[in-house]
Design a protein around this ligand. Sequence first.
Ligand SMILES: [Zn+2]
Length: 211
Amino acid sequence: MNDLEIEKKKQVIGLYGEMQLAMILHEKGWQVHRAYIDEGIDFTITRYWCSMCKKYSNQYIRYSDYKGKQVKCVTNLCEHCKETELVIISRYLQIKTSEGKETKEENIRDFSFHPKIRYDMGTDVFYVWIAIFESIETDDKICYFYIFNTADVSKFDNISIDTYQVTDNQKTTLRINNKGEVLTKGIKYNYDCFNNDFFMNFDRLNKIEGL
Ligand SMILES: [Zn+2]
């Protein structure tokens, strides 16, 4: 493959990962908005929240009589209590998708992830790192999702060094097997958080601070 073909393949893999992620998030109740121009945040996702019921809700649809007909009225009220105005909850996702590089072992690949955001951006900004494997039995692809807040980077990397914000300087290389387990053992830092905390942790996005 020449450089152009490699670049195209990367783009296709990126799109594949984003589409899989979009479908999962949609199933989990999020509206998914894709960036029109790439500025680092790939997806904005939103849901409605009822501060009275303390749970996520759809917008209540009321049926009322209008000129002798039953008509549908969209409201901004909670569908559970039907009286509280919903607020919108947003999460901002930076998504990285990779197929990794082959290693000597058949079922293990090396993934280099390269976060563009390198500081704690608060409670609403998350990374989704997607490792894609070809299934051995079928031709299907399997996606593993590692989901974590920008503040969590300090769990496995030293973000206090001066050069950390130099974006070409530092990559996190993870050795991952075809079950999605991160095998990298850090000397100074611990990568167990990828298996224990980040792995397929879609619930993390739902969490509202202070509740
Ligand atoms: Zn409610």
